[in-house]
Design a protein around this ligand. Structure first.
Ligand SMILES: Cc1ncc(COP(=O)(O)O)c(C=O)c1O
Length: 435
């Protein structure tokens, strides 16, 4: 075997951009963009070890408790743990009955997952433009995109700041549309005092490595207050499985005659039934016990984790404000920002340099690793090929976001010194690109 030390970067691991931002390019970094968004300590270690000793390794007592505790924490009636946010949103898309020929209005400023689950069901993502300050979907733009085919609105609380949910829910009610909240960034975020995932018909969270709380790298949670939806969500999450109804036995288990008293016997639950939901078939989107055990420990410290992000976010905002050509994160007074991302914008006309020039100097000369989250989803080749979206479909998303934004490192482990180095780096980089 070669003695050469194996060094993996984000671009050569199998997950690519979804598993790391390390580069082997010799740049000495003062503040790298960490790919771990949380803090683990003895609580998580104990939780994993205890779960490993359990008889049940998946969908057992830890998952049941995690769901219960999550529902209580997020002010919802039901929470269902899933393997990740994408699978949770897919199960929800199926449970909402979204199908080929339908349209779903969605933000273009998000990770591909939000549109992917719509595409998977054969429906068309219809992009509504964003608010240029919050980068969230603009309710007025949603209304312009409604047609007879529209079935739902999928919103994303970008960076940890919630969308303007009151007008969105009014529009949904008026046109009888479902609302799905993609809460991948929004653990701990509030809108007028209400929690992310508790306002729409369904919310879906991510516990991926980068997120505000993490369950060993992957994980998700569906939330809903809708009693009618919960059984469908269950079936889409776990293989269309439903309870076996003994009265149906003669149809389901033709030829097997069960005695009445045997209904209570322990082997009876192993008779389950499988049904489709209007032609939709379920999946294996289960969460394992070790992930749920870690999730429970993370939930206990969620307030501390979000407080630390907010502290860092506010320190960055104060330090960056006043640097000519650089716009710090805008905070909507209706919202409690969870600072999943710290987004700043470069104003090329004022700075005299593009965002990419600024980002290059910030990285190479100042050692601060900024990243881009996200390009508009309708830019992707596969989507353009299928739906022929025009090049600049959403002008605000293009002009105010895609051409200007970048994200600075943000996680709850950053120290005041790290944050101060970032502020210094931004100030120096702005000065250098101006020269
Ligand atoms: C806005 C948004 N939605 C969905 C996802 C998908 O989450 P997961 O990786 O848990 O499937 C992400 C993850 O990065 C995200 O940022």
């Amino acid at each position: 075997m070669s003695k050469k030390k194996l060094m993996f970067t984000g671009s050569d691991t199998e997950g690519g951009i979804t598993s790391g931002y390390q580069m082997n390019d010799g740049v000495k970094l003062k503040v790298p963009y960490s790919f771990f968004g949380s803090i683990y300590d003895k609580d998580e270690e104990r939780a994993v070890l205890a779960a490993m000793k359990q008889e049940s390794q998946t969908m057992g007592p830890q998952v049941a408790l995690f769901q219960k505790e999550f529902a209580r924490e997020f002010d919802v009636k039901h929470a269902l743990a899933t393997s990740n946010c994408t699978t949770g949103m897919h199960a929800a898309t199926q449970a909402l009955g979204i199908k080929a020929g339908d349209e779903v209005i969605v933000t273009p400023i998000t990770f591909i997952a939000t549109s992917l689950v719509i595409l998977k069901e054969g429906a068309k993502p219809v992009y509504a433009d964003i608010d240029p300050r919050t980068f969230n979907i603009d309710p007025r733009e949603i209304e312009k995109k409604i047609t007879k085919k529209t079935k739902a609105i999928y919103v994303v609380h970008y960076g940890g700041q919630m969308c303007d949910m009151d007008p969105i829910m009014r529009i949904a009610k008026k046109h009888k549309l479902y609302v799905l909240e993609d809460c991948a960034h929004a653990h701990g975020a509030l809108y007028k005092g209400r929690k992310a995932g508790s306002i729409g018909d369904v919310g879906v969270f991510s516990f991926h490595s980068l997120k505000n709380m993490v369950t060993l790298g992957e994980g998700g949670m569906i939330t809903t207050n809708d009693d009618k939806l919960i059984d469908k969500l269950q079936r889409m999450r776990v293989m269309s499985i439903t309870h076996w109804d003994p009265k149906q036995a003669k149809f389901v288990f033709a030829g097997i005659k069960l005695e009445k008293k045997s209904e209570k016997d322990y082997w009876i639950p192993s008779h389950f039934d499988v049904i489709d939901d209007d032609g939709k078939w379920g999946n294996n989107y289960r969460m394992c016990e070790a992930q749920a055990a870690v999730g429970r420990a993370q939930l206990m410290k969620l307030k501390m984790l979000v407080d630390k992000r907010r502290e860092n976010g506010h320190r960055l905002n104060n330090g960056i404000k006043g640097i000519k050509g650089i716009t710090p994160t805008y905070e909507d007074p209706n919202c409690y920002h969870a600072f999943h991302l710290y987004t700043l914008c470069v104003e090329p006309e004022v700075l005299g340099a593009s965002r990419d020039e600024f980002l290059r100097v910030l990285y190479q000369e100042e050692g601060i690793q900024g990243i881009l989250h996200y390009q508009p989803t309708y830019h992707f080749t596969g989507l353009k090929k299928k739906y022929r979206y025009p090049e600049k479909l959403c002008p605000n998303a293009e002009k105010f976001f895609y051409a200007r934004e970048l994200n600075l490192p943000m996680n709850p482990r950053l120290t005041k010194d790290d944050v101060d180095m970032m502020i210094e780096g931004v100030r120096n980089a702005a000065k250098k690109v101006r020269r």
